[in-house]
Structure formats: C-alpha cells, structure tokens
Design a protein around this ligand. Structure first.
Ligand SMILES: [Zn+2]
Length: 247
C-alpha cells in the first residue's frame, strides 16, 4: 500500500476567524526571507506539515502570489524534489480551481512538487469525485486548507449564462446555475456580454462551491467545525495575476 494512505491526521489548533488577521503588509515583509527558506524545503515530512496552520498556508500563498506577480519565482532543483518526494507526500492544501489554462495554481502561488493537491474542472464546480478527493486530501493526508480558486471572466460561467448546450458540457454547466440564480438581484444587464455580471456570477460561484462542500461532505464539515481545516475562497485576476482572498 502506498505510504500516503496511512498518514495519520493531525489535529491542529486554529480557527476560521484567525485568518482575518493576515495582512498584505506582513506578506510583503517576508517575501524575500521566505524565498531563501524555501530553497531548503526539498522534502516536507509529516512533522513539517503538522507545524502549519491554515492561517500559515494562506499567508504562504499570499507571499507566493506576490513573488509570482513581481516575477521573483523561486528557482528550485526540480529533479532533486522529484527524487526526494518520490515515496511520501504531505501537502499543505487542496485547491479546487477552474481548468483555465492561464491559471496553474502551483505557478500563481509559487509552490512546487509535493506542496499542493490540485483538483481542476471547468468552472471550479463540485461533484462527488471532487468531494472524495478533498476528503482524502484533508482527512487522510493531513492538508490544512481547502481553497476554492475562481477567476473573473470565466468561460464556463459565461457559457452557463449563455445557456450553452453541447454534449457533456450541458450537464457541467447546470452546476453553475445556482450561482446565476444567486446573482438574480443584479440591477444591470444580466447577459453574457456584461463583464460585471459575469464577474459577480464568478464570485458567487466560489461561494456556492464552498457551501456545497459543507453541505455534501459530513467529513469536511465536521473537520471545519472542529477547526481541523479551514475552507476559503479566492479570485484570480486574469489581467494582473493577483489572487484576492475572500475573507
Ligand atoms: Zn474558468
């Protein structure tokens, strides 16, 4: 059996509310130092993983995104990381993101091999397989954070607003319908041609996904209620590369 399936889940002391204490200034101040520290982060052990809180992981993502947007990505010895991580993995988070080719989560957060579980699907929607993947990431493998990463001007969201019908895409887009309904009170043009409306549905689509996770996974809901994990949303700006956390 793969070792990753027998990793014990480590209870952590953090709270959902504590995430709001993270500031961009703090992230700014330690970008450079973190770059040096991460150079030595060749392989993460279970002990290393247990030292992170969800707040730490969010802060780390903010720092990584600042490096990404300032073109200061860490240079890593990737073949060495492949070798050192070949037998184990203790990722810090599971990210659900849109499949959009312009938003690779590892890159936009300047993370690397062994750092993240990433689940990608058009429109960052929820289904049973994705929930099962998240349950594995958190309950079995000890990830501290679930991040739903949406983005503005999402093609899947636009297609859902446009009521596109094509093959299996039709069923996929029905999962975005609740976000459109959630945006029904928008006063302006509610068509796929209005970028402001599209972005509102993209935002609501992240909140819908978070609610779905809690409503459809008793395991993850219980972990969140106990403070063992934190579930947050964020939006990626397609023009700047900046990730804004929805806190
Ligand atoms: Zn998208």
């Amino acid at each position: 059996m793969n070792k990753t399936w027998i990793i014990p889940v480590i209870a952590l002391a953090f709270s959902l509310g504590s995430c709001t204490s993270i500031t961009d200034n703090k992230a700014d101040a330690i970008v450079a130092d973190t770059a040096e520290v991460k150079q030595a982060e060749l392989v993460r052990t279970a002990e290393d993983q247990s030292k992170f809180t969800a707040e730490d992981v969010i802060s780390r993502f903010k720092q990584g995104n600042k490096r990404f947007t300032s073109n200061k990505l860490i240079t890593r010895d990737l073949p060495a990381k492949v070798r050192e991580n070949s037998g184990v993995q203790y990722p810090l988070a599971v990210i659900l993101s849109c499949m959009d080719s312009r938003i690779p989560p590892e890159t936009v957060f300047d993370e690397s091999i062994g750092d993240l579980f990433v689940v990608r699907v058009a429109g960052n929607v929820i289904n049973d397989d994705i929930l099962g993947s998240m349950e594995y990431a958190c309950k079995v493998s000890g990830a501290k954070l679930i991040l739903v990463l949406g983005h503005g001007d999402c093609g899947a969201v636009k297609s859902a607003i446009k009521k596109v019908k094509l093959g299996n895409i039709t069923e996929l887009l029905t999962k975005i319908k609740p976000a459109i309904e959630k945006s029904a009170s928008y006063a302006g043009d509610k068509s796929y041609k209005n970028h402001d409306f599209i972005d509102l549905v993209c935002l609501n689509n992240v909140f819908v996904a978070i609610n779905e996770i809690k409503a459809r996974s008793p395991i993850l809901k219980e972990m969140a209620n106990k403070g063992d994990i934190t579930i947050v949303g964020a939006l990626y700006d397609m023009h700047t590369g900046v990730v804004k956390f929805l806190e």
